[in-house]
Write a protein that binds this ligand. Structure first.
Ligand code: SF4
Length: 203
């Protein structure tokens, strides 16, 4: 498989300006839990950035939908492994789902396979799919992947059932991005095993 074929199968990677390296996204309108939360006032999904702005452009919508369709391709794991290995050579920090979320247990297991095949890269994946996480043990998560279970409501504390979490707060944020040009810079808290919770400021 070459890079062109890998991009065709998966829909390719994304490159958010905030992040130190590459990422991958899915359509926010296909988030299983997020779509329900978008209708709940006071939830972190109520003003979802991935439902607005450039995400509404037809070409961006089509690219996101193509990535969703690619999830069930029999060579998705191989293709994602090739892309991440190639594009994360210089900056080995990868973010899953800068928009979108897990679709199924099989999707999660496929991501585990990709992480296991790219040990040289540190992976971070936020999710709101609590039900899926209750179906697995934290011990089976690859060591180079941090899954952060995101609390659903603004100013809600971290969940108790998962070791790594994230929250959105009106005050007392621990994510410094807003104060450094909306970029991670040298911060790597989201990928750190030693940081149980990251609190993001409310936009
Ligand atoms: S906590 Fe650090 S690594 Fe996480 S998003 Fe904020 S700046 Fe980036």
């Amino acid at each position: 498989m070459n890079l062109k074929e890998a991009k065709e199968i998966t829909g390719g990677l994304s490159s958010p300006s905030k992040m130190p390296g590459y990422a991958y996204n899915l359509p926010a309108w296909e988030c299983v839990t997020g779509v329900k939360l978008q209708a709940v006032e006071g939830s972190v999904c109520a003003g979802c950035y991935a439902m607005k702005g450039r995400y509404r452009f037809p070409n961006v919508k089509e690219a996101l939908s193509r990535r969703l369709r690619g999830l069930t391709h029999p060579q998705w794991i191989e293709a994602m492994t090739l892309l991440i290995s190639h594009y994360s050579r210089k900056i080995p920090w990868f973010r899953w789902h800068d928009s979108g979320d897990l679709q199924s247990v099989q999707h999660l297991k496929n991501i585990f396979e990709v992480c296991n095949a790219t040990q040289q890269v540190q992976h971070w994946m936020p999710t709101r799919e609590a039900k899926l996480l209750t179906l697995i043990q934290p011990e089976v998560v690859p060591k180079n992947l941090i899954i952060r279970m995101s609390s659903h409501m603004i100013d809600q504390g971290p969940v108790k059932f998962w070791p790594h979490t994230s929250t959105v707060v009106k005050a007392g944020n621990t994510c410094p991005a807003r104060d450094q040009g909306n970029e991670c810079g040298s911060c790597r808290q989201c990928w750190s095993h030693d940081v149980p919770n990251v609190a993001y400021p409310l936009h």
